[in-house]
Design a protein around this ligand. Structure first.
Ligand SMILES: [Zn+2]
Length: 497
């Protein structure tokens, strides 16, 4: 049984409102894309001028979280009071059938969606994964057996209580950090300044257990978040036509609303990963609530596809050492998007076109700025994009992907698991090769990145170990120079703001 389309439409605004408010807040503090100092931004553009009235300004009623001097949705941090330059970009190629830029905005009427292809056959066994179970019959799923859409699941259910016990049984030491207040960094002065928390939202701190980039230059770990949606089939069609595979960070509430689309993603050999049930900022939740969000999303994906992802992306990138420890204990490796400085986070901001908070022209300039930064990097990269809205899919299929496909030298565009030089089978707990790709939790413990009070259940070979340490916030250890730079720049940015 599926939800009626009207039901899904009814709940989407809830998700959008929550997403938009938090994004606005977080992104002002992270800063926007800026081009590298050495890269000149083209002044020519084939794009139409931004439509009147579409300036990227928060709507009335938005939280007044923009610090003085913040760019109004732009890319260049103009000094306070200075008007930011109009978006300006050059694309190497566009899709001849793309929607014109002049119509990709918040006022865009819904266009027709395309039917799904029919590669996903109930009961068929994936041939591209070893030991994958047959594809379940998603039509038999009963939504009554799952939490309400787009709200945090209750923690007193039998399922969540079982997952809480499983986390406890790993012996993981979850750092004793209080949940953050809603509202991000300004409403959490002490937590934002506490660098031992390693809170990505406020300073961009990462740990060695976070995936933040692809190791090989010119590799693009392609990702789309927040789906499946009505427009995901349009994206899948473009990807198929161009022999591209992506990683999809799936919202559980969308998965049970669009199970056939999720099956098409999976059977199309895209990577499926976890993005929570109701899309909250995870650091604001209790340990049990985090477990419920991740657990139900793992479960619905397994119930629809037959396999369980082993990667997750925190909504808004909102992760700290408490969320990391819980995620890893649940077998999920965090995947962020590349951030090389406070002013160069690889977020296209495509999400904000739908709500009128930015323009498609600005998004394409953000993309061009990302490319400018990529040209200076000795490793590959991961970009934040979404398949939730018509606008985000059209900017991807009409402009960003065609431009990327024309890039010289060519990009190697592929799912995150592949850019890490692992097989697609290593993206799922049931098909992962544990010998060559140790599961997330035991790998983190073995690497000394995570502390346990007892040997993890079912683990052998000395991967457990008891440290006896009770110190909160030190259960994960920064190991990369990027992490250190993130802290330093983040601190400087906080002072500036
Ligand atoms: Zn998201």
């Amino acid at each position: 049984m599926k939800f009626a389309a009207s039901t899904v439409f009814a709940v989407l605004p809830v998700l959008v409102a929550a997403h938009g408010a938090d994004n606005l807040h977080a992104r002002h503090l992270q800063g926007r894309q800026v081009p590298p100092a050495a890269a000149a931004v083209s002044s020519s553009s084939s794009a139409a001028a931004p439509p009147a009235g579409s300036a990227a300004a928060p709507p009335a009623g938005s939280p007044a979280s923009a610090p003085p001097g913040s760019p109004p949705g732009g890319t260049t941090a103009a000094p306070g009071g200075t008007t930011a330059p109009l978006p300006s970009f050059t694309l190497l190629a566009t899709n001849p059938t793309a929607a014109p830029l002049s119509v990709i905005n918040s006022l865009q009427p819904s266009s027709a969606t395309i039917p799904l292809p029919s590669t996903a056959v109930v009961g068929s066994t994936p041939t591209f994964l070893s030991n994958a179970p047959p594809l379940p019959n998603a039509a038999l799923l009963n939504p009554a057996n799952y939490p309400k859409l787009d709200v945090p699941p209750p923690i007193d259910s039998d399922e969540v209580q079982q997952w809480i016990k499983e986390v406890q049984d790993t012996g993981v030491e979850i750092p004793n950090l209080n949940p953050t207040n809603p509202g991000g960094c300004p409403n959490n002065t002490a937590a934002a300044a506490d660098q031992t928390r390693c809170w990505w939202t406020c300073g961009g701190c990462t740990r060695s257990t976070d995936i933040t980039q692809c190791p090989t230059a010119l590799d693009w770990g392609l990702t789309y978040d927040d789906g499946p949606s009505f427009y995901t089939p349009n994206l899948l069609q473009f990807l198929d036509q161009n022999n591209l595979k992506s990683t999809f960070f799936v919202v559980g509430s969308r998965a049970i609303s669009f199970p056939a689309t999720l099956q098409e993603e999976y059977m199309g050999q895209h990577q499926i990963a976890v993005h929570t049930w109701s899309h909250p900022p995870l650091t604001t939740l209790s340990n049990e609530e985090i477990i419920a969000e991740l657990g139900w999303t793992k479960k619905i994906i397994k119930d629809v596809t037959g396999v369980t992802p082993n990667m997750m992306r925190p909504p808004y990138g909102d992760i700290d050492d408490r969320v990391r420890a819980i995620s890893l204990a649940m077998g999920l490796t965090p995947v962020m998007w590349t951030r090389i400085s406070p002013l160069a986070t690889f977020d296209t901001d495509d999400f904000d076109i739908h709500g009128g908070l930015t323009t498609v022209q600005q998004v394409l300039q953000n993309w061009e700025n990302i490319l400018g930064n990529v040209s200076t990097m000795s490793n590959g990269f991961i970009v934040l994009e979404h398949d939730l809205f018509e606008q985000t899919v059209e900017v991807a299929t009409g402009y960003i992907l065609p431009d990327a496909l024309a890039h010289k030298p060519p990009f190697n565009i592929r799912p995150v698991v592949n850019c890490l030089n692992r097989d697609l089978a290593d993206a799922y707990i049931e098909t992962n090769n544990n010998a060559t790709n140790p599961p997330a939790f035991s790998a983190a413990v073995s690497a000394g990145a995570l502390t346990t009070t007892a040997a993890p259940a079912g683990q052998t070979g000395g991967s457990g170990g008891s440290s006896g340490s009770k110190s909160a916030g030190v259960s994960l250890h920064a190991s990369s120079l990027l992490s250190l730079l993130g802290l330093l720049f983040g601190g400087a940015l906080a002072l500036h703001l």
